[in-house]
Every structure is written in C-alpha cells, then in structure tokens.
Design a protein around this ligand. Structure first.
Ligand code: NAP
Length: 291
C-alpha cells in the first residue's frame, strides 16, 4: 500500500477529546447535553449505527435517550414520537435514523423536527442555511458525514481550495450536501457531482484531485480510474453477511487496489463512519451551547 491511510478511528477520537472541556463547561452552567435517537424497525445496519451513537454518548458523558418503534409503526406513531422528542427537555439534539420503512414520508418527518434539535443537519431549514452558506458550528448544524469528510481532509493536510473534487452519489445525507459544503467560500473546491446517469464516470474520476465515493456499489472505483496521488475517500457501505459465521462484513465502494495509486485513502471500515459519529457528538454539544 502506498497511500497514506486516513485513520477515521484516531481522527474521531481527537475530535471527541476536543469536546470534553466543552461538555464540562455546559454542565457547570446546568446544561446537560442529551442525544435522542428515533429508530423505526430492525434493519441490522441501522441497529448497529444507533448503538454506536449511544456508545459515543456514554463515553463523553452525554445523556442518551433512545426511542425504538417496530417496523409496523404507522406514520402517526412516528409523528407522535418526533413531537415527544421535540418537547423532551432532556433531548438537546436528536436524529431520525434513516432510511425509514417504506410508506413513511421521510421528508415530512424531517420537516416535523425542531430545527434547533436537528443533530443530523437534515431539517429543510438547516439544509437551507447550508445552501445560503451561513451554517457551521456557531449557527446551525452541518450534515454529519459531509462535515466529517471535510474535517478528515483538513486534519490530513489535503489541499481543498481550487482542487477538482468528484463526488459520486447525490444522496441527501452525503453527496448533495457535500457538494454544497466543498464549494462554499473558504473551502473553494471545484466539485463535480456524479450519479447513476453520469456518462463515463471513470473519465470524470481520472481528472479529480479528491474522489468521494458515496454510492453503495462494492468496488465501483477502480485503481485505473484514479489519478496517481489523489485523495480517495470511501463512504459507501454494503453489509455482507457470512452464511457460516453469521457475521457481517462492511464493503466499501473503492476497490482495495486503489491503495497502490492514491496519495491518501480513507477506507471502509475505519474511515468516514467513525468521523460521522464524532461530528454528530459535536452537533449535539453545539446545539446545547446555543441554549
Ligand atoms: P442514496 O441516497 O441511495 O444515493 C446513492 C447515489 O449513488 C445516488 O445518487 C445514485 O444515483 C448513485 N449511484 C448508484 N449507482 C451508481 C453507479 N453505478 N454509478 C454512479 N452513481 C451511482 O445513498 P446515500 O444515503 O447517499 O448513501 C450512499 C452510500 O453511503 C451508502 O452505501 C450508504 O450506506 C453510505 N453511507 C455511509 C455513511 C458513513 O457514515 N460511512 C453515511 C451515510 C451513507 P441516482 O441519484 O442517479 O440514483
């Protein structure tokens, strides 16, 4: 492997350690940060992500409020749970674990959240502030995965300003907000947002100084697509369960051979996932600081 491995676990630990004093200062003035989660159903990936978020909360001394509903929950029951989280003073920030089961209108549920408690930065008002270029820690939350990706690039000293970035995937939680974030003044990247209808994706990727793959197709990005020395950040997650052991393995969108060509590589697992969780903790702390 020639690429520098971007260690999401170590970087996330550094981000979380920087929150410790801020949490202590909040508690000293009687504000107790609390993370709520709303999970509907029993998707194994979602269960594991929610459990990880509560582990991080416990580690940092943030209160954990967990609301789990069965996959059969009606939209009215999900609405009622969101209203209760909005009203619960112990919850200073919360997330709705996505995706919600088919038949429940995700956008309507996100819109029902109190934007001041939206720890994932996905309420339309917070996404609007991202479009306006006015969001950030002091004002309103940024979506966690894009914020974690930028934090990782900055902490590894990867230049962003003026660089060509190809983001593959235009989903709500990663690709679309990441394009907005990287092109804002101060970060100043030139971003191409690619998707399933992009013609000659390999050619687009070959021009990029930074490649972010947020698709969910294992091994999509091949070594001969990557410009030598480019930074490649893998976000995609496909869970493959071993039929014999029953254990799940996470597979990313980036072929392992890319490590021989890239300058930096953020792998799956151990890259962007832990950073996403660390940025969620940062959003919960920042929301409590705004109280
Ligand atoms: P999504 O909403 O389903 O979006 C997937 C995107 O990939 C879509 O824009 C789709 O294009 C595009 N796509 C599909 N096949 C493609 C192909 N062959 N070539 C180019 N583009 C293709 O998913 P998401 O929520 O953004 O998540 C993307 C991946 O990131 C998933 O694997 C998810 O598990 C993972 N993820 C990881 C983290 C983390 O913290 N590590 C956080 C969030 C998500 P169209 O728009 O044209 O359909």
């Amino acid at each position: 492997m020639t690429a520098v491995r971007m260690d999401g676990v170590a970087t996330a630990a550094a981000v979380k350690s920087e929150l410790v004093d801020r949490i202590a200062a909040l508690k000293a003035r009687g504000v107790f940060p609390g993370l709520g989660t709303l999970l509907v159903g029993t998707d194994p990936g979602s269960l594991s992500y929610v459990a990880g978020k509560h582990r991080d909360s416990v580690e940092l001394g943030i209160e954990s409020i967990r609301v789990d509903l069965p996959a059969t929950a009606t939209e009215d029951e999900v609405r009622a749970a969101i209203v209760a989280l909005n009203d619960d003073p112990a919850v200073t920030g919360y997330i709705i674990q996505l995706p919600l089961p088919a038949g429940i209108d995700e956008n309507a549920m996100l819109e029902l959240m109190d934007p001041a408690k939206d720890a994932d930065g996905l309420h339309p008002m917070n996404l609007g502030r991202l479009v306006l270029g006015v969001s950030g820690e002091l004002d309103s939350p940024l979506p966690c995965t894009p914020a974690g990706l930028v934090e990782m690039l900055q902490r590894y000293g990867v230049p962003i300003a003026g660089r060509r970035v190809v983001v593959i995937g235009r989903g709500l939680t990663v690709g679309r907000p990441l394009g907005l974030l990287l092109t804002r003044k101060g970060l100043d990247a030139t971003v191409t947002l690619a998707h399933s209808r992009t013609v000659d994706l390999a050619d687009e990727v070959r021009r990029a100084d930074i490649v972010v793959a947020a698709v969910g197709v294992p091994g999509l990005v091949k070594a001969d697509w990557v410009k030598p020395g480019a930074a490649v950040l893998d976000v995609g997650i496909t869970r493959r369960v071993n039929e014999v052991t029953g254990k799940a393995k996470l597979i990313g969108d980036v072929d392992p051979e890319v490590a021989e060509v890239a300058g930096f590589l953020s792998p799956v697992p151990g890259g962007v996932g832990p950073m996403t969780r660390a940025m969620l903790m940062a959003n919960v702390v920042a929301a409590a600081e705004r109280l």
